[in-house]
Design a protein around this ligand. Structure first.
Ligand SMILES: NC(=O)c1ccc[n+]([C@@H]2O[C@H](COP(=O)([O-])OP(=O)(O)OC[C@H]3O[C@@H](n4cnc5c(N)ncnc54)[C@H](O)[C@@H]3O)[C@@H](O)[C@H]2O)c1
Length: 346
């Protein structure tokens, strides 16, 4: 039996997502997703917002990240399992869905493992464009795993980064990252210690995965004027920065209700002042004030960024063959005769 039009939902597989990225161009796509995120952050008040819903286990975390702007509803399913790479699996995988609020019918189902790397890089560089020193040209990239190349290229495209200084506790990860970035136009320096990596850096990105309160950066490593883009601390008990760095920094967050539980600031008092990025983007709050200020983006990843990325993909695939129509919704001729539809299929 052929499904009706109403049963079909556009589905973007990993293969099609990769084709789309190559079609658009990686840096261009990151920049376009960033523009979409910025536009959505500027209409922050039109969204339903809730901290993501985590299911923790000793092995990692599985999270649902929902939001809606009243017209579309979106969610992402994402996991975080730092032990996975030692078993040949990824730390982070994801998929997501958009739906029409009027009917409740899904309008897009897509892989989001690739898309998460794109949207995380887009968010980091977008925030960097508000907070990093304007003359930034060197970035330290600490943690050279799955997200790292996306981060480096996003900062090249959007913040003028010309040199990346790579460090990872696993030298093979650094080699992989360096090899992948060859020919990208970035100057790549492979470093043997985190101290070496931060030498002369205007921006320090930490993007490591460990299920503990790690100290990727100590206080003496962070000089005046630096922008820190802290990606990897994104779960209770999973942070990357020494507390003293937080006390010297002006801290910027996505959604405080979620970041206070999951971000670096879980190490601080619950009322420690933080600035919400949407307020910086709308001009209601200051970003960088002067060239000695340490700015810290305490990134955990928020549902609106995924919503923006989902909406971007929905528009980008229209009229293309970068998706297949998935027979996902049962659609009986008489909407109340679901049973009859089942029996006729026998
Ligand atoms: N904030 C966000 O929006 C967001 C989005 C995606 C991923 N993340 C987080 O970013 C982190 C990295 O994700 P990934 O997909 O690249 O993971 P990954 O496992 O592919 O890479 C992590 C890398 O960190 C390295 N590492 C671990 N401890 C280190 C240390 N002490 N010093 C230097 N390097 C160290 C590992 O060797 C590995 O190469 C994860 O913790 C993930 O949860 C955050």
């Amino acid at each position: 039996m052929q499904p009706s039009e109403k049963a079909l939902v556009p589905f973007v597989s990993v293969d099609n997502m990769m084709r789309l990225v190559h079609h658009v161009g990686l840096e261009k796509m990151i920049t376009q997703i960033a523009a979409r995120i910025e536009a959505d952050f500027k209409r922050w008040e039109s969204f339903d917002k809730t901290p993501r819903i985590p299911a923790h286990s000793p092995h990692g975390v599985i999270e649902l990240m929902p939001t809606s702007d009243g017209e579309a509803y979106g969610f992402k399913y994402v996991n975080g399992h730092p032990k996975n790479t030692s078993e040949g699996l990824q730390t982070v995988t994801a998929f997501g869905l958009l739906a029409d609020v009027y009917t409740g019918y899904p309008t897009l189902l897509t892989e989001m493992t690739m898309l998460t790397a794109l949207r995380t890089a887009a968010t980091s560089a977008l925030v960097g464009s508000y907070l990093a020193p304007k003359s930034s040209s060197v970035m330290a990239m600490i943690g050279n795993g799955a997200q790292s190349e996306f981060q480096c290229l996003a900062f090249k495209a959007m913040c003028g980064i010309k040199t990346v200084r790579l460090y990872d506790t696993d030298p093979n990860a650094t080699k992989k990252c360096a090899a992948n970035l060859l020919g990208s136009g970035l100057t790549i320096v492979q470093c043997k210690t985190p101290e070496d990596a931060i030498e002369g850096a205007d921006i320090i990105t930490t993007c490591t995965a460990d299920k503990k309160n790690a100290t990727i950066l100590t206080d003496n490593m962070v000089g005046p004027g630096v922008h820190i883009n802290a990606i990897g601390g994104d779960c209770p008990g999973k942070t990357e920065l020494h507390r003293d760095i937080l006390l010297r920094s002006d801290i910027f967050v996505e959604y405080p209700e979620q970041t206070r539980v999951e971000g670096e600031i879980q190490a601080l008092e619950n009322d420690h002042p933080v600035t919400e990025m949407w307020q910086v983007m709308t001009g209601q709050a200051n970003g960088r004030r002067d060239d000695r200020q340490i700015t810290l983006f305490d990134s955990v990843g928020f549902a609106i960024e995924d919503f923006s990325a989902l909406c971007y993909i929905k528009s980008a695939i229209e009229g293309t063959d970068f998706y297949v129509a998935l027979d996902m919704l049962a659609d009986p001729d008489d909407p109340r005769d679901l049973f009859g539809m089942l029996m006729r299929a026998g």
